[in-house]
Design a protein around this ligand. Structure first.
Ligand code: GDP
Ligand code: MG
Length: 695
């Protein structure tokens, strides 16, 4: 017999580990979202049958947002596989079963594997798989895929289930509470043409799933009839969760044979998640990261590269001079390209240090802990712990961070997260701060830069809090926070992440930044009528255009064409801001330190790069992208004005002013945090509240 088994589940539950065990292969495993991007497939022989095993990318729900999730969904919908193995993580059972239910709704053969049983066991709990299986009416097996185990039991159970499979057997009682029949009356004919399973099509229509609704080709009359049935999206989620609560009730029990072990990891969480220590520890860790990135180590590495590039630039200049190249080409190559592009390139080490720490935090599970700790607090302002995860990833790259917001179930919350994430200072903005701070503030530039990062985060919190008081209020998130275990980050994994980020950065600098830099330089040094004009003559194309806009920025202190050009070109990629400044003649474009600070603040807050805008558009739609854009531009302008005012009020004491601002921001955050502590309900950290220990 020839069979196909597909492994399906949330990201990071151990699907690939299981796949490797089942097929004796070595696909990549990692404590990271999106490790499996395409599907992996391998044929094995079992008891004379040939079984094709498929490892699908992780997905949270069948209503998908990403390309990878789309791969998984399409594969499942095409019913190419005979059996779906729904992989769940023991410590996050409820949340994982949410996907399992959606698979069962499809009326196809599904068995459940609860993986990472070892972690449950370590904490002194056990799963009653038999009870869970009886309630769900499907086989439930337990595995620890990280460790060797006998895979034949699983394969045999799958085969046996297929032989006895009878799709009337799996009853999902909550479906009766949904107006499925009414929906089918409205869209019945469309379903026939679409080839979808009717039950699936009806449920997805209730859930307002774009993909299905698109494929169904509904008329506007049908759409309004559906709308008249009310908003059923939340109802569907509620029914599923209620059912999950029912089937999981009491299935995770204290393991009598084992005493709850208190190993190092448990101890670590006691400290890391301690009510009073959590925030100081978090700030300590972040300050440490900033100190290494921007302090002695980071700036030393950048200086080395910078010196190398200056040396190269001088050498090239000499060669071109002796070879009697035209004046403009020498200026282009040395000032335009080497100073500009090279100037950005010099920041590679610092950016890598930042990515290294982010990878470390993410891979070890600490970011998820931060997300967990802050969940309650952020829910008050209409975000959630998962949004915090996205925000912290935003310290790396806004565009990729925006995509991690997909896991957020409440739509309003997701969209807000998407447009607020760019306020977090991404790594491309780092060169702007470092270069400007180094030029203007010999001491105290680490606290200054730290202050900027905090300002970005504060804006997210304040704007979210404000939106929560408007029609943009988020709904109740039906999302159960996930709490991964601490895992030792593996060196190979970290190296992989660093290598791919370094590659991206080098490619970006070598292509987009390079090309744009040449364009900007040419526009800044040539005039339409008289060709090459020395910069500063007031005639070049960019100079004229920039000077036209410059007055807008005069109140901010940097109303000159070079600064304006740098900001506009920063739209392409934020790295271009600094390469433009460098190639247009360096830091003298800022008349005083105050203007330099204003420029940094403005760069932090104004529109993100094009890549981020398109990611925002993809995740939240065009309207939200435009809203975000306006929000960012106006916030940037007003906050920069505000910062200037504060610093001026301190009589020009720039560092004093910045420290005051940082202090204000920290006090604001602490107040919100402390109020939260007072009102916080006790939460279990080992599961999503389903274990007996919790009750
Ligand atoms: P996928 O995203 O679902 O494909 O998950 P992976 O197979 O890539 O695994 C994610 C992380 O969980 C990796 O760090 C694995 O080493 C770890 N892991 C997988 N299975 C188990 C298990 O049974 N027990 C434990 N403790 N860790 C596991
Ligand atoms: Mg995988």
């Amino acid at each position: 017999m020839n069979l196909t088994f597909a492994l399906c589940g949330n990201p990071n539950v151990g699907k690939t580990s299981l796949f490797n065990r089942l097929t004796h292969s070595s696909q990549h495993v990692g404590n990271w979202h999106g490790v499996t991007v395409g599907k992996a497939e391998k044929r094995i022989n079992f008891d004379g049958d040939q079984i094709d095993m498929i490892d699908l990318p992780g997905l949270y729900s069948l209503s998908v947002y990403s390309y990878e999730e789309g791969i998984a969904r399409d594969e499942i919908l095409a019913s190419k596989s005979d059996l779906i193995i729904s992989v769940c993580e023991a410590s996050n059972l409820s949340r994982n079963l949410y996907l399992t239910l959606q698979l069962l709704e499809l009326n196809i053969p599904v068995i459940v594997v609860v993986n990472m049983i070892d972690e449950l066991d370590k904490r002194g709990f056990a799963l009653d798989a038999k009870k869970l299986g009886e309630r769900l009416h499907v086989p439930v097996l337990m595995t620890s895929a990280k460790y060797k185990f006998d895979t034949s039991e699983l394969i045999r159970a799958g085969k046996q289930y297929l032989i006895n499979y009878d799709n009337e057997k799996v009853k999902l009682p909550y479906l009766n509470k949904l107006p499925l029949r009414q929906i089918e009356e409205i869209i019945g004919d469309n379903i026939k043409d679409s080839g979808f399973d009717p039950r699936y099509a009806c449920i997805k229509t209730l859930e307002n799933d774009d993909f299905v609704i698109d494929k169904l080709n509904l008329s506007s009359e049908q759409k309004s009839r559906i709308k008249a049935l009310g908003d059923n999206q939340a109802l569907v989620a509620k029914c599923r969760y209620e059912y999950i609560d029912r089937v999981t009730d009491g299935v995770i029990v204290k393991n009598k044979k084992r005493r709850k072990s208190s190993d190092i990891v448990d101890g670590l969480d006691k400290i890391m998640l301690n009510k009073y220590l959590a925030l100081p520890i978090f700030l300590l860790i972040m300050s440490g990261i900033f100190w290494v990135t921007f302090g002695f180590i980071g700036s030393f590495l950048t200086d080395c590269l910078e010196n190398g590039i200056n040396y190269l630039s001088e050498a090239v200049n000499d060669i071109l001079l002796t070879a009697a190249f035209p004046e403009w080409s020498r200026a282009l190559i040395c000032n335009g390209i080497l100073q500009g592009v090279g100037g950005v390139f010099a920041f590679l080490p610092q950016i890598m240090i930042m990515f290294f720490f982010l990878a470390l935090l993410e891979d070890s599970g600490y970011i998820s802990r931060v997300a967990f700790m802050t969940d309650g607090l952020f829910r008050k302002i209409g975000l959630s712990g998962r949004a915090v995860f996205t925000m912290i990833m935003g310290l790396g790259c806004s565009a990729t961070a925006v995509m991690t917001a997909r896991g957020l179930e409440d739509e309003m919350m997701r969209k807000k997260t998407v447009i607020l994430t760019p306020f977090m200072s991404c790594s491309a903005r780092l060169p702007v701060y470092t270069a400007i701070a180094a030029a203007f503030f010999t001491s105290g530039n680490v606290p200054l830069i730290f202050g900027l990062y905090i300002l970005g985060a504060t804006m997210v919190i304040l704007l979210a809090a404000i939106m929560q008081k408007t029609p943009l209020k988020s709904g109740e998130a039906s999302f159960v926070m996930e709490m991964p275990k601490y895992r030792f980050p593996t060196a190979t994994r970290i190296i992989q992440i660093l290598a791919s980020n370094a590659k991206n950065f080098i490619v970006k600098v070598g292509t987009i930044v390079f090309a744009f830099n040449v364009i900007v330089w040419i526009l800044g040094n040539f005039s339409l009528t008289s060709g090459y004009v020395m910069m500063g003559s007031g005639e070049s194309i960019m100079e004229r255009f920039g000077s036209f806009i410059a007055p807008v920025f005069a109140p901010l202190g940097f109303g000159n064409w070079k600064a304006v050009t740098a900001l506009i070109s920063g739209l392409v990629a934020k790295e271009v801001v600094i390469s433009t400044i460098m190639s247009l003649g360096g830091m003298e474009i800022f008349p005083d330190p105050l203007a330099a600070i204003s420029f940094m603040v403005y760069t932090l807050l104004y529109v993100p790069c094009i890549a981020t805008l398109s990611a925002v558009r993809k995740e939240a739609g065009t309207k939200w992208m435009i809203f975000g854009l306006i929000l960012q531009l106006s916030t940037a302008y007003m906050i920069t004005l505000g910062v200037r005012a504060v610093i001026l009020a301190f009589n020009g004491g720039v560092l004093l002013g910045i420290s005051a601002l940082t202090g204000i921001a920290l006090i604001l955050i602490s107040i919100v945090y402390l109020t939260d502590l007072v009102f916080k309900k006790k939460k279990c950290i080992c599961c999503s509240g389903e274990c007996e220990g919790c009750k």
